[in-house]
Design a protein around this ligand. Structure first.
Ligand SMILES: Cc1ncc(COP(=O)(O)O)c(C=O)c1O
Length: 430
């Protein structure tokens, strides 16, 4: 009997093809990436690093990993690449443990202001293992305030500063961060996960001249398989000639065992793709599409991502908006907004992006259409404000979902979305 997983993959393929994927950290990989990811390379164990493995039979795997490292360095302009982290969070943890050590002081952007969990959020081990100091954003402009970063850095003397974001729609001033890190003589680590695709194509300034270390996921705008990389810059090696080796050891044997060789090989394929001129054209379109979405929805963006406050629709509406949009075939994620007035679990915003839609070939005129569906859906969450009394929330949200499931307007939009989205191809789905 065939596995029960196959029909579930078919169902998921249907969802991916006939819906609009607008979670800004997602994308669709190429058929070549899919092929390599599902290859026999998954059979091999290769603990260690190229040329120094604990297992035999790694001659070919060494070639694959070295090739992937060379592509990463070529694409980013770095001098030492570690391509073994299983994903973005372990890459960040490996860097933080090596540079700060347990109990060491770190400085990073807070989760509610748009930073990632791994920069020291309380719910993450990075908030418990380190003396994690957090900076926010200006409550009015939602921009990073370098004066706040400088004040905190001088006061707490962190071992390193994180400059990276997961829900921040503006460009980042790496030079400004470097001035602060250099002033207090600490490391600067740029987590470019969200904007790597923009950086390597010149649509966002590069941190390479300014940061000592770069971490990135490979599966967002870079459009590779899920994975993580740690890259060391020339500036990093000048500060500590051992930095590359130290971080390599922090990943393995420090934190991980065997690398995922099928994943490393698939990352190499995606880096080959990212080095082609067509990738630059793709990212250019991602940025144009995000801009149009922003103009239509009345929110600013300088990258691929938009953070929309729903405060003008009511209180604590992020969850309800995410659910209503999903009922209409549009996938986004609820998100806290700076100075979150409601709750981290039931926040006041949604986060949207253009990377996945653009991979399917959608252009500016399609964004106008999609924005008009989003606006129609959001009208239907008016009046579904989150109860201030926490004990009432569970029952209230259950009722709200039942109401939204029965909503005729959402059903109508879902049919329109299905007809529209079905016309755009998804790599790997017939
Ligand atoms: C900026 C940033 N860093 C790190 C990560 C963690 O990556 P992963 O989910 O692969 O662990 C994310 C994921 O969303 C991210 O946005």
């Amino acid at each position: 009997m065939a596995s029960k997983i196959f029909p579930l993959i078919k169902e998921e393929a249907h969802r991916q093809k006939y819906g609009l994927e607008m979670i800004p950290s997602e994308n669709y990989v190429s058929e070549d990436v899919l092929k390599v990811l599902g290859s026999i390379l998954t059979n091999k164990y290769s603990e260690g690093h190229p040329g120094a493995r604990y297992y035999g039979g790694n001659e070919i795997i060494d070639k694959i990993e070295r090739y992937c490292q060379s592509l990463a360095n070529k694409l980013f302009g770095t001098v030492h690449a570690i391509v073994q982290p299983h994903s973005g969070s372990p890459a960040n943890l490996a860097v933080a443990l090596e540079l700060a050590g347990p109990g060491g002081t770190t400085l990073g952007q807070s989760l509610t202001a748009g930073g990632h969990l791994t920069y020291g959020a309380q719910a993450s081990w990075t908030g418990k293992l380190f003396n994690a100091i957090q900076y926010g954003v200006d409550p009015k402009t939602w921009h990073i305030d370098l004066n706040e970063v400088r004040t905190l850095a001088k006061k707490h003397q962190p071992k390193f500063i994180w400059v990276g974001t997961t829900a921040y729609p503006y460009q980042i001033d790496y030079k400004g961060f470097a001035e602060i890190a250099d002033e207090i003589e600490c490391f600067l680590v740029a987590d470019t996960s969200h904007i790597s695709g923009l950086i390597v194509t010149g649509y966002h300034p590069s941190p390479v001249p300014y940061a000592h270390v770069i971490t990135t996921t490979t599966h967002k705008t870079l459009r590779g398989p899920r994975g993580g990389m740690i890259l060391v810059t020339k500036k990093g090696l000048e500060k500590d000639p051992d930095l590359g080796k130290r971080l390599e050891k922090s990943v393995m044997p420090g934190l991980q065992g065997g690398p995922h060789d099928h994943q490393t090989a698939a990352i190499a394929v995606s880096l080959e793709e990212a080095l082609k001129p067509s990738f630059k054209t793709y990212i250019g379109q991602v940025v144009k599409n995000a801009k149009v979405l922003g103009e239509e929805l009345g929110i600013p963006t300088e990258v691929h991502l938009l953070l929309m406050s729903l405060a003008s629709f009511g209180y604590g509406l992020g969850y309800q908006a995410q659910y209503a949009l999903e009922e209409a075939g549009i996938t986004v994620n609820k998100n806290t907004i700076p100075g979150e007035p409601a709750s981290p679990f039931y926040p006041s915003g949604i986060r949207l992006g253009s990377a996945a839609l653009t991979t399917r070939g959608m252009k500016e005129k399609d964004m106008v259409k999609i924005a008009s569906w989003i606006k129609r859906v959001l009208e239907d969450i008016r009046g579904l404000d989150l109860p201030k009394d926490q004990d009432r929330r569970k029952d209230f949200l259950k009722e709200a979902k039942t109401k939204l499931r029965a909503n005729k307007n959402l059903k109508e939009i879902k049919e329109e979305v299905k007809f529209f989205a079905g016309k755009f191809p998804v790599p790997g789905i017939q």
